[in-house]
Design a protein around this ligand. Structure first.
Ligand SMILES: [Zn+2]
Length: 327
């Protein structure tokens, strides 16, 4: 038999060797934990489709974030879940300074200052009575009429002290509209993480229970991307970069790793992936049935995100991973 020169198995012999040569690595500092914030006090309610994830009032959120910080999670992404009575056709309660997200931002920044990166989701769907991400005119989501609303929402979050605002609506031109509005108010230090590449996805199912944001009619395919398209992702990302996006995001993560790789190779901005609710709940459900090893599957997925080129992982599994010593 011919003598083998290259034997890749040599470097797989022990765990220490494998760790030494591993290409993709994970670090708690790259994780972002999402939170669903509700009005009121003393509220912690589990979201049934997302075991381990809760609706929380601001007072409880502070406690959760404090213990997460001790675990090493230094970044949060906030979603507001307003009372049904506060929903309106134009989503205007989204940009009140008294809304639940600005309140949560103020409380978090008061308590944790620069130790915590506070990111906020900017989209109208939780605040409109029809559940769409923009204003509806003549049965259509009106792109340009929605832009000032999104800018106002981002302003309310930025004035409250958010470090990063994250528009997720997929209207054309929203990053530029938000950047202009922030700069006009001397909020030029506030960064924009754009959900640049957000696909219309069945993986968002559990989130809609969490955010009470399912559209009352129709779906979001007229503004979110079509899952069949890859090149269009680079177009979307390029537009957002030109408009001033500081961080790009691909959402969902698992089924779109080709797109993550494309963006990692084409853009210099930090790249985030959103390991979405459906991805979380599928792993949870299979683990509960004993069909998969939860730790192993989560780490395999996260390493896949890193291998594809992601710098930041937004994930519901962050707290559990760190509390259980998975990293
Ligand atoms: Zn939305």
């Amino acid at each position: 038999m011919r003598e083998l020169i290259s034997r890749p198995r040599r470097l797989r012999a022990t765990a220490a060797l494998r760790d030494l040569v591993a290409e993709a690595r994970l670090d708690a500092r790259m994780l972002v934990q999402p939170h669903f914030v509700v009005p009121g006090e003393g509220i912690t309610e589990e979201i049934s489709a997302m075991p381990g994830i809760e609706h929380q009032s601001v007072d409880r959120l502070l406690q959760t974030v404090e213990s997460d910080l001790e675990l090493g999670i230094r970044s949060v992404l906030l979603f507001g879940v307003p009372e049904p009575a506060d929903k309106a056709p134009d989503g205007s309660s989204a940009f009140s300074d008294a809304a639940v997200v600005p309140k949560a931002v103020r409380a978090l920044k008061d308590r944790f200052r620069h130790d915590l990166v506070v990111m906020t989701d900017v989209c109208l769907c939780a605040y409109t009575d029809h559940g769409h991400c923009g204003i509806i005119h003549d049965g259509r989501v009106d792109n340009d009429a929605t832009l000032p609303q999104l800018a106002n929402m981002a302003l309310a979050h930025a004035r409250a002290g958010a470090d990063v605002v994250a528009p997720s609506d997929m209207m054309d031109g929203r990053v530029g509209a938000i950047r202009d509005a922030l700069d006009d108010e001397d909020l030029c230090h506030v960064a924009i993480m754009s959900y640049a590449v957000k696909y219309a996805s069945a993986y968002y199912g559990p989130f809609r229970e969490a955010a009470h944001s399912a559209p009352a009619m129709g779906d979001r395919r007229s503004y979110q991307m079509d899952a069949r398209n890859r090149r269009e992702a680079s177009l979307e990302a390029g537009l957002d970069v030109d408009e001033g996006a500081d961080i790009l995001m691909v959402k969902p993560a698992l089924a779109y790793l080709d797109v993550v790789r494309d963006l990692a190779e084409s853009f210099t901005q930090p790249l985030a992936v959103y390991n979405v609710s459906g991805e979380y709940s599928m792993v949870k459900a299979a683990a509960e049935k004993g069909w998969v090893d939860e730790r192993a599957v989560v780490l395999e997925n996260w390493h896949a995100f890193r291998r594809a080129g992601a710098d930041i992982i937004i994930t519901y599994h962050g707290r559990q991973a760190l509390a259980s010593g998975w990293l």
